[in-house]
Design a protein around this ligand. Structure first.
Ligand code: SF4
Length: 470
């Protein structure tokens, strides 16, 4: 906790997806501008922000248990005349703000994912309330709440980004979703689909590259539904945006996530074959391989579309690595539906995947569906699926052994002298290397393939790699 007159400190804990990582970075940018420094732990912070995720079961329980811990810190501080401001941001704040305010009165600020640009005003209000409390007066209501979807875009009210880590940065270009899959809370927590206009996206990308980014990952809940307005009033697709971003000098890698199969247009497929900086990896969630279940999920696509897209992407980019998401045990899923999903995985062959048991999310249509699948059935199906996905991922890693590939090193490994990075296909690589290689793309020979990673040997120093590429 900060001594009087010293710089205030903020600790931000991020749960969930890359969108939340991006949002946390932007909140940090905002708070740094207000004079805060980043604290290494809640114990050293004056303000703690929990940036929450609502996608998995028990997400809110994790938040409540963390809030209990923070409440204890706050009570202890107050006993010695200090204080701790507690803010809950993100999708749990959006979905369950009222409930959090009731259950944990120690929370000062609740702010949804579309409103965190208002943090400065919310903090000022929290400080005003803290002063009233200190003066011994009664405070009306619970915490400060801002979970509305404001009319203005948060992107117009945020400072320039600083979020470049070891050469990589996220850039949020699209938010929200209008698809209303019956298992998903995103349309309720992140609101309607919104694409940022082209000009600020290009400007932010240039800023990130100027700040040291050589890899940018474009983010959106439905990123390939992007239709940002250009200065001439036309709407740019994601493919067109990627072509423009690829022109930025110094940008070596582009990725985008997360996509919906229905929004993979011909132009996006073509761009994968024509833009070398667009990495040969695509995360394309399909969720199920059963047409009956896909319909119940309101996915608005069938298994064949996914198979066709995989074929077409590999036609234009033969080394394309595909990844996906699967939900096992959606209401009504029978053995035959699960077998269809397993067959689809075998047909398409994935480099990696995320698979989960279906969990009922309050407020979604899936919550009320009859024919919920028993937990033991879900667990058995998930184990079988993960065994298959694990074999495919391992085989994919083994298929690269012996190749020399560019690896973007991101951080030090667990062992001394070890560094960890990513191949173009988003595989993790461990190699003996120098600290100065972190944040650089280094040619690396892949020597061993494991279930979740590869072992590599540095083949060319970064300078030599640059010369070789020149
Ligand atoms: S498309 Fe994705 S974000 Fe939108 S409702 Fe479906 S799962 Fe959720």
């Amino acid at each position: 906790m900060t001594a009087q007159g010293a710089q205030r400190q903020v600790f931000i804990r991020t749960y969930g997806c890359q969108m939340n990582v991006y949002d946390s970075d932007r909140m940090a940018d905002l708070l740094l501008r207000l004079g805060y420094a980043l604290a290494p732990s809640p114990e050293q912070a004056d303000l703690v922000v929990l940036n929450t995720c609502h996608i998995r079961e028990h997400a809110s329980e994790k938040v409540y248990s963390e809030l209990g811990r923070l409440r204890d810190i706050k009570v202890e501080r107050r006993s010695t005349g200090g204080d701790l401001t507690i803010a809950v941001a993100g999708c749990v704040a959006q979905a369950e703000g009222g409930e959090i305010a009731k259950r944990q009165p120690a929370v000062d600020i609740l702010v949804g994912p579309q409103a965190y640009h208002r943090l400065p005003q919310l903090l000022a209000e929290a400080e005003r309330r803290a002063a009233i409390r200190k003066a011994g007066k009664r405070l009306p209501g619970a915490g400060v709440l801002d979970t509305e979807f404001p009319v203005e875009s948060k992107f117009d009210h945020l400072p320039a980004p600083h979020g470049v880590r070891a050469g990589s940065a996220f850039l949020s270009i699209q938010e929200g979703c209008d698809k209303f899959c019956t298992f998903c809370v995103v349309p309720y927590t992140r609101g309607a689909e919104y694409s940022r206009p082209v000009a600020p996206v290009l400007a932010e990308a240039r800023q990130l590259v100027a700040a040291g980014a050589i890899e940018i990952t474009l983010l959106g809940q439905n990123v390939n539904a992007y239709h940002g307005e250009a200065d001439d009033g036309s709407a740019w697709s994601l493919a067109r945006l990627i072509r423009a971003l690829a022109e930025i000098d110094g940008l070596a890698r582009l990725r985008y996530t997360t996509s919906h199969p229905r929004d993979v247009g011909d132009d996006l497929i073509a761009v994968h074959g024509e833009v070398p900086v667009l990495m040969p990896y695509l995360h394309l969630p399909v969720q199920s391989g059963s047409d009956r279940i896909l319909e119940a999920m309101n996915r608005r696509h069938g298994r064949d579309l996914f198979r066709r897209l995989a074929d077409r992407l590999r036609e234009v980019r033969p080394d394309m690595a595909l990844s996906s998401d699967f939900i096992v045990g959606f209401p009504g899923e029978r053995d035959a539906d699960f077998d269809d999903t397993m067959r689809l995985i075998e047909e398409v062959c994935l480099a990696s995947a995320f698979s989960f048991k279906y969990s009922r999310r309050p407020g979604t249509p899936g919550w009320a569906m009859a024919d919920q699948v028993p937990e033991n059935v879900k667990a058995a199906r998930l184990a079988a699926m993960q065994a298959l996905l694990g074999r495919q991922a391992h085989n994919f890693n083994l298929s690269k052994v012996g190749e020399t590939v560019p690896v973007l090193y991101a951080e030090a490994g667990r062992r001394p002298g070890q560094i960890v990075g990513k191949t173009p296909w988003l595989q993790s690589v461990y190699a003996e290397g120098l600290g100065r290689m972190v944040g650089q793309i280094v040619e690396t020979r892949l020597v061993e393939g494991h279930a979740n990673s590869l072992a590599g040997e540095i083949a060319l120093q970064p300078e030599r790699a640059r010369e070789a590429a020149a």
